[in-house]
Design a binder for this molecule. Structure first.
Ligand code: GLU
Length: 462
């Protein structure tokens, strides 16, 4: 059997972190088995689907590096196929037209509630041997309902949750095609998973209740059943469902906040799956290890501190020119234009070890390209009177110095000796004046990355 997986987002918003994790698992599972990964856009909710969401989803998938072998396939381009399959189900006695009006359905539910019963479709248009159906009303477009088996159980061995069984008596006759001819999710998903020969369906566990319907529809079509794996939801830091109200839930927000895609993938992978005690691993390792085992049954909690730690790890490993481009973009959003990428790359190399994100890196490196404004408190604390003569002399020397880290270090050392000072009396003052803050990496290296003129200008304040 060829392993074929898919991710099937609805374009009604950005790519949610939960969907991104499912996409990652589906992708890794297909890659692990040398199979294929398909991207399908489930856009049958016409009122809520937007092209903008599609674009965002595609962009987020690309950013995460989740390349798909087929797609994007749009459900709205397959309407004729769903209608044909619905007709096939009617012809084989597995589906039927229902002419209930919304008012009738409301009344039905109302009466059931009044009797203390569970609300469900009562089967009034469901054909049965010997049953007389109501008269077809004129001019009312029908829905098509799936004729669900009325007894027996629907069971499957979930790849994540283990054996699950639901009685057919719990399930009513689902609408599979709406009056306007557009299929509902549970029907389109089956036709697609069948047509696209999907062997393994990974998705969020909010779909567990849909799975029995889908399994029954597969059965009615005589289609081979995929394996299902339902992942638990991701919880926010407060233990409640991760949601927009509780912080960023879109992949794009994390890109903008300065996270690297390899860090996101690593972090998302561990959020619901484990390989021994491994916390940091490459995509290649994940693909090698991801065989569908060790998937967590219970919800994982989103942990921003851990994500920051993972990101810091990948920042250290990242190529400096790549980081420079990312920092360039971050700075551009602040109106700071940087042309010299080589320079920026050298600065990234010096600062990346102390940053969790490229936003933090941009916070540091902005001083090279835009004015700094040291606080009055920092100036009072660090630019002390005793240091000022040394700073002035050093500035004088800087005007003609060969502009290298070594020469700057030697000039500073000479200034300390000449003025009888110690490094802690001079370096913080230089930092505050030139960088706008009292702590930086080694000051000679930091200064060497400034243009001489900028340093002279900032030291002239003394
Ligand atoms: N469009 C569905 C969703 O976004 C897909 C569910 C599935 O994978 O079957 O939740």
């Amino acid at each position: 059997m060829t392993v074929r997986t898919r991710i099937a987002p609805s374009p009604t918003g950005f790519l949610h972190l939960g969907t991104a994790r499912t996409a990652l698992y589906s992708w890794a599972y297909a890659r692990h088995h040398g199979g294929q990964f398909v991207l399908r856009i489930e856009d049958t909710d016409v009122a809520r689907s937007t092209q903008d969401s599609v674009n965002q989803i595609l962009k987020a998938m690309q950013w995460l590096g989740l390349g798909y072998d087929e797609g994007p396939i749009y459900q709205m381009e397959r309407l004729a196929r769903y209608r044909a399959v619905a007709e096939q189900l009617i012809a084989s006695g597995h589906a039927y037209r229902c002419y209930c009006t919304p008012e009738e359905l409301d009344a039905m539910r109302e009466a059931q509630r009044a009797r203390g019963e569970k609300t469900r479709y009562d089967g009034r248009w469901r054909p049965e041997p010997g049953k007389t159906l109501p008269t077809v009303p004129e001019g009312l477009p029908p829905v098509i309902r799936f004729k669900n088996p009325s007894d027996g159980d629907v069971s499957w061995n979930d790849l994540v949750k283990g054996p699950i069984s639901i009685s057919n008596t719990e399930i009513d006759d689902l609408i599979i095609v709406r009056p306007d001819g557009v299929p509902t999710y549970n029907f389109a998903v089956v036709v697609d998973d069948w047509d696209m020969k999907i062997s393994h369906v990974f998705r969020g566990d909010e779909h567990i209740n849909n799975t029995p319907w889908q399994i029954n529809i597969f059965g009615a079509l005589g289609a081979p059943l995929p394996r299902f794996g339902h992942h638990p939801i991701i919880l926010g830091e407060d233990g409640l469902k991760l949601s927009k109200r509780r912080g960023a839930v879109s992949v794009t927000a994390y890109e903008e906040a300065g996270y690297l895609p390899e860090a996101m993938c690593n972090y998302l992978a561990r959020l619901g799956w484990s390989h021994g005690d491994d916390e940091l691993f490459t995509r290649e390792q994940m693909v090698q290890w991801f065989d569908g085992s060790h998937l967590a049954k219970s919800p994982a909690q989103w942990d921003p501190a851990k994500l920051a730690w993972v990101n810091a790890h990948y920042l250290k490993l990242a190529d400096d020119t790549r980081l420079a481009k990312l920092v360039q973009q971050q700075l551009a959003t602040r109106g700071v234009v940087v042309m010299d990428l080589d320079h920026l790359a050298r600065a990234c190399a010096l600062f990346k070890d102390r940053c969790n994100t490229t936003v933090e890196l941009a916070d540091w490196l902005q001083m090279y390209f835009a004015p700094v404004s040291p606080s009055a408190a920092d100036i009072a604390a660090h630019v002390v009177e005793a240091a000022k003569p040394a700073i002035r002399a050093l500035r004088e020397q800087f005007t003609t110095l060969e502009w290298t880290k070594e020469a700057i270090a030697a000039a500073m050392k000479a200034a300390l000796t000449a003025h009888g000072l110690k490094m802690p009396q001079l370096a913080p003052a230089l930092r505050v004046l030139v960088c706008g803050r009292a702590q930086t990496p080694s000051i000679d290296a930091v200064l060497a990355l400034f243009s001489r003129d900028r340093v002279l200008e900032r030291l002239a304040r003394v």
